[in-house]
Design a protein around this ligand. Structure first.
Ligand SMILES: [Fe+2]
Length: 443
């Protein structure tokens, strides 16, 4: 799915524009407050397809600042300006205010290379983007696959790169990736057929017993990424449920035979595994470490905690959101109000999502809702109490440990992380759980 940045100060317009852009143009809208916010996001996500911005925010010449940045970095990102901006109007489309959403949708569609289809001007894209990782674990595609080429300003062409039934391997896909390609395009009528094909292939691969540990971890990581994307786009459907089940089983298998943590981390980083899965896998592993030291440990406890690890942050879109572990960090984070709301409520949102998942039992939902130390699942508790479920306590310690370890700004060595955990979680059972983890490391 393409991504569009929107800088609009009027809350009503913001809502109307983003709703219609995502409905009719199929683009994912990210809100930003001003030019600096946009520029810092472009530094991490240069593949943003379109920026729609107010000409000015307060006294700031927002559109001009963004335009100059795009030029200086030779970025091809399209820009649409809301309001008059004479200094750049010869090079950039400036829409006179008030801008109706219909006009904005039409212009955005044109900039994104999507054609207007029917008389009602309902925009339907002819091709839909899919992340390159959809191709990691398949050797052929059930339909033709295209790449998008920019022919000129606002003019795109779709070129067939993989024919239906052609065979290809991971190396061929890697070549595209090395050239900077992040998405392929699938004709819209085939998108469901294509995603079900990929999902079935992944499920079959994850259920194989002859996978090496490395293959298993990388395949599960891809499956996690695909589950995340389909949940965020479409919610939890049958294919996604099946893929998540196969992934969790596979993750439990690999966690039980994971190498030493340092080697595992090296492996995850060298293979560019996404942060979401790095966190998920390491979290399940730490839960396994702690559980193995508990006298009350039963086999299904690991399944429960792995299930929660898999889904705990699934509704969050960015790494920055997933890295937050306290209310203080949430308040200080450079996120929009909507992004902060998503972080605040993500435990509740995940439980709501799992109400549709037949395998999600009450234990899973309890640990998930308490996964940040709060009984109601909203926000974060710095020093959670004794009233939480014992499995939730294990999960919280493991989660905080992994998030600290993966945060480049915080200590990464276990002997430096443990004191941070001891001083934050002062209640006796949390201290005991941390002790169990420490013992596991010194075994
Ligand atoms: Fe979380």
């Amino acid at each position: 799915m393409s991504q569009t940045i929107l800088v609009e100060t009027n809350e009503d317009l913001k809502r109307i524009f983003s709703l219609n852009l995502s409905t009719f143009v199929g683009t994912d809208v990210i809100f930003r407050q001003n030019a600096d916010d946009v520029i810092s996001l472009l530094k991490i996500l240069p593949q943003i397809s379109l920026i729609i911005t107010k000409a000015k925010v307060g006294q700031e010449e927002t559109a001009i600042k963004i335009f100059q940045y795009l030029k200086s970095e030779s970025l091809e990102t399209s820009l649409i300006v809301l309001g008059e901006c004479p200094r750049i109007s010869s090079e950039v489309l400036c829409l006179q205010e008030p801008v109706s959403w219909e006009i904005l949708v039409k212009q955005a569609a044109q900039h994104l290379g999507i054609s207007l289809q029917d008389a009602a001007n309902k925009v339907k894209p002819d091709f839909l983007p899919v992340g390159i990782y959809y191709f990691y674990d398949i050797q052929k595609s059930p339909c033709d696959v295209f790449i998008r080429i920019k022919k000129g300003t606002n003019d795109y062409q779709y070129v067939k790169r993989i024919h239906s039934k052609d065979s290809f391997d991971r190396l061929a896909i890697k070549k595209y990736e090395d050239q900077g390609l992040r998405e392929f395009y699938i004709p819209k009528d085939y998108i469901q057929y294509f995603t079900i094909f990929v999902t079935n292939n992944l499920v079959q691969k994850l259920e194989r017993t002859d996978l090496t540990l490395e293959e298993r971890i990388l395949t599960t990581a891809n499956a996690h990424e695909i589950v995340r994307e389909s949940i965020q786009l479409l919610g939890l459907d049958q294919a996604t449920i099946e893929l998540s089940d196969a992934s969790i089983n596979s993750m439990v298998k690999s966690v039980k035979s994971s190498p030493e943590v340092a080697n595992l981390i090296k492996f995850l980083f060298t293979n560019k595994v996404a942060y979401a899965y790095q966190h998920c896998h390491l979290l399940a592993l730490m839960c396994h470490y702690i559980l193995s030291k508990q006298s009350w440990y039963r086999e299904d406890h690991l399944n429960i905690l792995s299930f929660v690890s898999f889904f705990s942050d699934i509704t969050l879109k960015s790494n920055q959101q997933m890295q937050i572990t306290s209310m203080k960090e949430l308040f200080e984070a450079n996120l929009t109000d909507e992004e902060k709301r998503a972080v605040m409520n993500h435990a509740v949102d995940a439980v709501e999502l799992l109400n549709k998942h037949p395998e999600a039992n009450d234990y899973i939902k309890t640990v998930l809702i308490q996964s940040h130390g709060k009984l109601d699942g909203i926000g974060f508790e710095d020093n959670p109490g004794e009233d939480l479920h014992p499995l939730s306590k294990v999960f919280i310690i493991a989660d905080t440990f992994v998030k600290t370890m993966l945060n480049p700004a915080l200590p990464t060595r276990k002997q430096d992380i443990l004191p941070i955990i001891y001083s934050r979680f002062t209640n006796p059972s949390y201290q005991k759980i941390t002790k169990a983890l420490e013992q596991k490391f010194t075994q």
